[in-house]
Design a protein around this ligand. Sequence first.
Ligand code: ZN
Length: 206
Amino acid sequence: MWERFDPAEYATIGAFLRDPKKVWEMLAEMIGVLACASPNPAHFGLAELESMGILRSVITQNVDGLHQAAGSRKVIEFHGNPGELVCISCWKRYPSLETIARGIPPRCDCGEILKPDIVFFGEPIPWGAQEESQVEARSCRVLIVAGTSAQVAPACDIPRIAKEHGAFIIEINPEETSLTRTVTDMHFRESASTVIPALAGEARKY
Ligand code: ZN
């Protein structure tokens, strides 16, 4: 979708507040696409590792809810979740799909615009998610970095924090990232959908 919608025009909080109707045209499409998406083998592999007691939590930059759909229980959503809308004035919350169905831009009972509960560029990361992910990073023995370009701060700091506290860093990415030569201990140059189910398969043998 970012080939059709310039993130500078559609994904910043400033753009949203300036022209909510325009940004809501993109958001409504995005929420519709996400509602039809389903988990891939990497999502299911992570859920299985968690159910085996090997994986403690998932920290995600995704806003699609697919980790939970695959069965992951402890999911820290760094960039929120568009399943709910929040009033920008009184913070009242509404379920996304049925509220959007009544027309865009969706409005609160108080008359103000509703915003999906996701983090736009220019907005702070939800405090709870930051706090929880830092605790996890400081205390884990192994951290797997998968499917991220590791470019968006502060999420990309988490592997560095884990490394500073003694964790072993496994990176799964077909490309090199800024972490590969500085933080990563072991790099699988393949997609998460290939490597994570394989890790779960190995773990199943023990
Ligand atoms: Zn309101």
